[in-house]
Design a protein around this ligand. Structure first.
Ligand code: UD1
Length: 423
């Protein structure tokens, strides 16, 4: 298993290219199930989760090929072909929860789907009840058996009004994709409003779907009999961008984040500015600069446009070395403070009380051997390592490789000392 060795204490200067959004690219590939034509996606990040999604779609019968691209970064993938198998097996779904997204499209296209229940994962129980209730509202018959979701809609799906009790990103996406091929009108009320949803809507519309999205949290979909192929560029990854902004904030320096879109980072930028970081949109890039000391800030995670849960761990590392006390409240996932004991081993002073953590700023962190527990938590330990004195060795880097492309190249290109130790 690979590890990262980080020698802290170097400020960052230069440029970092931000890739296409993982959480968008995965769903856009799944949208390939909705048509037998080819969907071509530019700016797909080169990360392990994309490889897992390729495997899943290929075992459904599709082909996914790398083709010459038009995008400024990442890879261009072409997905298409006939569905020959409507089962998503445990081996793949248990590896990557986003696999549950094939349920709606398979059901809409083939009238049946069998998808393994994803089960628990490191950051909480994460049920899929909202996905299933929504599909039932569209006329699906669903049975849970032997750890699998068995869904059927022999006569096809029929449009309905679905009110989500919580603006779940995955449930919104599953229902949105399924309803593009349902008969009649579907309304999804209290839909998630993350930029990745708007990206999926844009791609589906390019494929011939009829969707009205005013950004107000209600999606109105008029079903069509079939969708066709399209070409679409994946939106820039706001979480990768926010993560590297935190790297500059904790290590110090002045970096341009190429391709970053400040409009998708409102809540993150507000917190960075409160902490004393300068953030400015320049042509084609976001410039992040740290002048003086960091100030403590209270933060609460919320659905978009609130502060993203996927930035919580990174800000915990940052606030560990800020002046005064900060409070971080996690409202989206019930068990997402697993990085805290690792940060504390590096000298942070963090106490968790239920859904909140009190972070008492310390003047400096010290390098240590630490272990990654999930994707974003892994990066919080890299951030701590960039600011710490001495050496930090991060193990279980495979968590990081699931969702961040070329971390060591991007950071060392700006002056950080970080290397991958293979094996
Ligand atoms: C997506 C993102 C993930 C991000 C999260 C919240 C992908 C691949 N992943 O995950 O990185 O952290 O949005 O922004 O895009 N819930 C239920 N029942 C359901 C569905 C969700 O109770 O049927 C709960 C979950 O347990 C969780 C909360 O709702 O506590 C948020 O989940 P959701 O918005 O669905 O996140 P994901 O789509 O899984």
């Amino acid at each position: 298993m690979d590890r990262f060795l980080i020698r802290g204490g170097r400020p960052l200067h230069g440029e970092i290219q931000i890739g296409g959004a993982k959480n968008s690219a995965l769903k856009l590939l799944v949208a390939g199930l909705l048509t037998s034509d080819r969907v071509v996606l530019d700016n797909v990040p080169r990360i392990d989760d994309i490889g897992t999604m390729r495997l899943l779609l290929e075992q459904h019968g599709l082909t996914v090929e790398e083709v010459p691209g038009e995008g400024p970064y990442g890879q261009t993938l072409s997905v298409g072909g006939e569905i020959t198998n409507t089962e998503a097996p445990y081996e793949i779904v248990s590896k990557m929860r986003a696999s549950i997204l094939v349920l709606g499209p398979l059901l809409a296209r083939c009238g049946e789907a069998r998808v393994s229940l994803p089960g628990g994962c490191a950051i909480g129980t994460r049920p899929v009840d909202l996905h299933l209730k929504g599909l039932e509202a569209l006329g699906a018959e669903i049975r849970l058996e032997g750890g699998y979701i068995d869904a059927r809609a022999p006569g096809g799906l029929v449009g309905a009004r679905i009110v989500l009790p919580f603006a779940s990103v995955g449930a919104t996406e599953n229902l949105l994709m399924a309803s593009t091929l349902a008969v009649g009108r579907t309304e999804i009320v209290n839909a998630a409003r993350e930029p990745e949803i708007a990206d999926l809507v844009a791609c589906l519309v390019a494929m011939g779907a009829r969707i009205m999205d005013q950004g107000s949290g209600t999606l109105v979909i008029d079903g069509v009999p079939r969708l066709h192929g399209a070409r679409h560029a994946v939106v820039s990854d706001r979480i990768e961008c926010g993560t590297y902004a935190c790297a500059v904030a904790i290590a110090g320096g002045d970096v341009r984040l190429l391709g970053g879109q400040i409009g998708h980072l409102g809540a993150v930028v507000r917190v960075l500015e409160e902490a004393g970081i300068e953030v400015a949109q320049e042509e084609g890039a976001i410039r992040v600069r740290r002048g003086g000391a960091l100030a403590g800030v209270d933060v609460m995670t919320e659905p978009y446009p609130g502060f993203p849960t996927d930035m919580q761990a990174q800000f915990m590392a940052l606030l560990s070395v800020a002046d005064g006390a900060s409070m971080m409240t996690e409202t989206i996932f019930e068990n997402r403070f697993m990085h805290v004991p690792e940060l504390n081993r590096m000298g942070a002073r963090i106490n968790v009380h239920g859904a909140s953590a009190i972070i008492r700023g310390v003047p400096a962190l010290s390098g240590a051997q630490v272990m990654a527990t999930d994707l974003r938590a892994s990066f919080s330990l890299i951030l701590a390592g960039l600011a710490a004195s001495g050496e930090t060795v991060l193990s279980r880097v495979y968590h990081l490789d699931r969702g961040y492309e070329a971390v060591e190249r991007k950071l060392s290109g700006c002056g950080a000392v970080i290397e991958r130790i293979r094996g």
